[in-house]
Design a protein around this ligand. Structure first.
Ligand code: 6R9
Length: 649
């Protein structure tokens, strides 16, 4: 089905089954019986199920109807009013958690800051007052382009508190990518920092922010957190403001706005198979309930857990499982600003040891990088505080799964693989720890309220032990509501591919126990180190270079990154193309995360007679594999041999 086939084959022949220990099972929040009962209830009687869950949270006004579903548009907790920041903070203080640590933040340079729930509430209140002073109104968009500093979480929560819609742009994105996202959202305010640390060096975000601001006339203010003290060269009087000047002098009291359940909470841009990145729009009530429930059950949260999700807040995982989900549960959250290999590959384990991390949630790409550097490194730290491990972002190969379980978890900690997407808002498939055994490489069973199945492109449902397209048969509370500013695209991309179901864009298999194993994307979306990239976006960046007339981008299996980017380019007449310069160009256009690993100069691309590039063959060429499949539809099959000759074996 996809290029990931070989690797998937290995995964599908995986037969190991790892059972949780009796000790873990005895204390687990959800037992197998409990899962089975509640899962059934969530499908058969969603009213009772979701009312019980949502009833644990604070609502300023109750809902009159659980769900209003006018496909493809859902409204959840219709008519209710609530505030997610209130639920994450005020509610915790009220139930006696004021002195509990909410955030333990560690800078890459070793600086440590801790916030209790009471302190975090005061900081968020000050920031909320500051945003209001700057004229930010409910519904206004605010773009964040920040390092992983406490102010990033504070700014997100402050937006949520006043009903402003945050749009976090990962700090690794380029000026052009940032400007595109600010303009698409029409943000009034940009919150950034002078710089953030990455591998010991300050990454000067304010410089990029200035360049982007020139391209984004909608911006009224740029609020700048002083993180590194790196001199800021440009300062636009009237537009630029220091966070400490504006926020520190505010009152630490603020009344959270009572927002409609469907009030927009945030927009997060992600790559699709075509066109520009999509602004995935989430709303308040359903997202809150979804992240609350999944964090509690998937991570088996207990009162004294020290929970660390290593994702940057620039991604959905950082939104749902570094900020909202754990804070809604009153958990103690670890946040780390920097790189996993600074000053060396022991940094994560040093953090686990020093802060007594009990739950660790990270990505397969990180696990594979650690594997490469040997088990002696984690072996020299005390990791005995850990009791649960999680994986997210891409398929985890069984070898990496076993290594994670054995070396990091000491064969003691269940590993929960969690499949979900920016669009789904919260975890959709997993093996609840303590309730079910894990099968390395397989994500597992559906979460409460999630009704997945596998289908063919024609909407024919497949049975067990078959592979097909992963779809979701009914709406769920934390689902995206639309694509910001482009409802037609929402309708087409997610509910228009196969009639009546949500189309995830992933291929999967299901075994006789109902476990789903994700095969990978079935569209032209790449997954590089757990980051989603559209082949089209990279191709557009390449053809924007004067020396390139045409480009085709494919993914190639990579032992650490999962996939890496390979580009084939045709050179514009009268120009010469320099692969090194083109790689730098893509970095400038999108960000270093999209930089192709290899660029090959081609004299033609494999196209059908109707002019469609056959990426399937290019993937085989890129991977150095013999060409398989029917090449007779190609206009000129000999192109493939010439291309193969340019790719080193
Ligand atoms: C949460 C997140 C979503 C895409 C998704 C799929 C891949 C994520 C996975 C996984 C296999 C897992 N993916 N988790 N594949 N097993 N546990 O990563 O969101 O950045 O939107 O990416 O990532 O292909 O469709 P997002």
């Amino acid at each position: 089905m996809t290029h990931a086939n070989d690797h998937i084959d290995a995964m599908l022949h995986e037969t190991r089954v790892i059972h949780p220990s009796a000790e873990f099972q005895a204390q687990a929040r959800v037992s197998r019986e409990e899962y089975e009962r509640r899962y059934r209830q969530s499908l058969d009687d969603p009213d009772t199920f979701w009312s019980e869950v949502a009833g644990e949270l604070h609502w300023m006004e109750p809902w009159t109807q659980l769900l209003d579903w006018q496909e493809p548009h859902a409204q959840w907790f219709v008519g209710a009013k609530t505030n997610i920041a209130y639920n994450a903070l005020d509610r915790q203080v009220q139930r006696g958690l004021g002195d509990k640590r909410a955030i333990i933040w560690e800078g890459e340079d070793g600086e440590i800051k801790t916030y209790t729930y009471a302190e975090l509430l005061r900081e968020v209140s000050k920031a909320a007052n500051a945003l209001e002073e700057l004229g930010v109104q409910p519904g206004d968009r605010v773009t964040l382009y920040m390092p992983l500093v406490p102010e990033a979480a504070i700014a997100m929560l402050a937006c949520a508190r006043i009903g402003a819609v945050h749009s976090v742009v990962f700090g690794g994105f380029s000026v052009a990518a940032l400007a595109e996202r600010i303009n698409n959202a029409q943000s009034k305010l940009l919150i950034t920092a002078d710089a953030g640390y990455r591998r010991g060096k300050p990454v000067t975000l304010k410089v990029n922010a200035d360049e982007a601001a020139k391209l984004a006339p909608c911006l009224e203010h740029v609020l700048v957190v002083k993180r590194t003290g790196t001199p800021v060269e440009w300062w636009t009087e009237g537009r630029d403001l220091w966070w400490h000047d504006v926020v520190d002098r505010q009152s630490d009291q603020h009344q959270a706005a009572a927002l409609d359940s469907e009030h927009p909470l945030f927009v997060l841009y992600t790559s699709g198979s075509t066109g520009t990145p999509k602004g995935v729009q989430h709303t308040t009530g359903g997202y809150m309930v979804g992240t609350y429930l999944t964090t509690q059950t998937v991570f088996d949260l207990q009162d004294d857990d020290v929970y660390w999700c290593t994702a940057d807040i620039g991604w959905i995982t950082g939104h749902s499982y570094s900020v909202y989900g754990p804070l809604l549960n009153g958990a103690t959250v670890v946040m780390y600003e920097g790189a996993p290999n600074h000053p060396d590959w022991g940094r994560f384990w040093d953090i686990v040891q020093r802060h007594g991390v009990t739950i660790l949630y990270t990505a397969p790409t990180a696990i594979r990088a650690f594997m490469q550097h040997g088990e002696e490194i984690p072996g020299s730290y005390d990791l005995s505080s850990l009791r649960l491990l999680g994986s997210v972002g891409e398929p985890i190969n069984p070898e990496a799964w076993m290594w994670y379980w054995r070396v990091i978890g000491g064969e003691r900690c269940p590993v929960v693989d969690t499949w979900w997407q920016t669009e789904t808002g919260s975890i959709m498939l997993t093996t609840l720890p303590g309730a079910f055994p894990s099968k390395p490489g397989s994500a597992g069973l559906p979460m409460f309220g999630v009704e997945p199945t596998l289908m063919t492109h024609d909407g024919e449902e497949l049975g067990p032990n078959d592979g097909g397209l992963l779809v979701i048969k009914r709406p769920w509370p934390s689902m995206l509501r639309t694509v910001y500013g482009d409802d037609e695209r929402y309708r087409k991309s997610y509910w228009g591919e196969i009639q009546g179901v949500y189309f995830a864009g992933d291929g999967a298999r299901r075994d006789e126990d109902g476990y789903y194993t994700i095969v990978g994307r079935v569209d032209d979306v790449l997954n590089v180190s757990g980051h989603r990239l559209g082949t089209m976006e990279i191709e557009s960046a390449l053809v924007a270079h004067p020396s390139v007339s045409e480009a085709a981008v494919v993914g190639k299996p990579d032992p650490v990154k999962g996939e890496c980017v390979v580009a084939f380019v045709l050179v514009q007449d009268g120009h010469t193309a320099d692969p090194k310069e083109l790689r730098a160009h893509v970095s400038r256009e999108i960000g270093a995360l999209a930089r192709p690993d290899s660029i090959y100069i081609a004299d033609a691309l494999p196209k059908t007679r109707s002019g469609k590039i056959m990426r399937r063959f290019l993937r085989q060429v890129a991977a150095g594999q013999p060409i398989q499949g029917d090449t007779s539809t190609l206009e000129d099959p000999a192109v493939l041999d010439r291309l193969a000759a340019t790719v080193p074996a």
